[in-house]
Design a protein around this ligand. Structure first.
Ligand code: ADP
Ligand code: NI
Length: 216
């Protein structure tokens, strides 16, 4: 594959997206994939992984509709740049089936390479970078950091109080802290555990800091 051309295509689309799906996210996903990949992968398989990492958000609904790529465009770019039929099919399948919402019921349907890319993408939603992205994404959608209409005593600020609310802290409980349990690869799971511990510690500090004084 002409990887440079494929890279340039993806970069031109997601570039400086401001919801956390920008080009640097794609590069981090690529780096994560490298970390969790087995040592012996064929050159063709590595190309599939790298192309899928770069392209995975180019068709995402969260990308500006004026910029977002269609599946046909992605397919054309791949074919024009030396991707074989098998590679093209696999990359297209991976990028369409990677996301959390598409995987709630059918975890097993991704290929082995797809599972690596999925773990790599999930890792970028965890840890310090995942925490930064969650607040960044929430801000871009005008979500609150946390909802302060509930009781404000420290002992009331519990996990339970943050469920079912459309705010960023809730997103940790709804999705982020659970991601580690659905990792596909052992290496990915280990990294996810570590990143999740950091997020729990972050939330503990946060709850200590956000108590407000009762006015009576
Ligand atoms: P993916 O496409 O990888 O399944 P998303 O597009 O849902 O993931 O999420 C990308 C990033 O945006 C993640 O870091 C995620 O935590 C964050 N994000 C998505 N939805 C929310 C939300 N409701 N509140 C805060 N962050 C969110
Ligand atoms: Ni992504």
């Amino acid at each position: 594959m002409n990887l440079e051309k494929i890279k340039a295509f993806a970069q031109a689309i997601i570039g400086d997206d401001t919801t956390g799906h920008d080009w640097r996210h794609a590069l981090r996903v690529e780096a994560n994939a490298k970390k969790i990949s087995p040592k012996k992968l064929s050159a063709d398989a590595i190309e599939v992984i790298r192309a899928a990492c770069w392209l995975h958000d180019t068709i995402d609904e969260k990308i500006d509709p004026n910029k977002r790529a269609s599946l046909i465009e992605v397919e054309t770019v791949l074919r024009e740049n030396g991707s074989s039929d098998e590679q093209t099919e696999e990359v297209l399948y991976i990028i369409q089936n990677l996301s959390y919402s598409k995987n709630i019921d059918k975890k097993q349907s991704l290929s082995f390479l797809g599972q690596i890319v999925q773990d790599a993408d999930r890792l970028d939603a965890l840890g310090a970078i995942g925490t930064a992205r969650a607040f960044y994404y929430g801000g871009s959608k005008k979500h609150l950091i946390y909802d302060d209409t509930r009781p404000r005593q420290a002992e009331d600020i519990t996990e339970e109080n943050y469920r079912e609310q459309n705010n960023v802290v809730n997103h940790f409980y709804e999705k982020l802290l659970r991601l580690k349990d659905s990792m596909n690869t052992e290496k990915g799971r280990q990294l996810a555990e570590h990143r999740t511990e950091f997020m729990k510690q972050f939330l503990e500090e946060l709850f200590g800091e956000i108590q407000t004084v009762d006015e009576d």
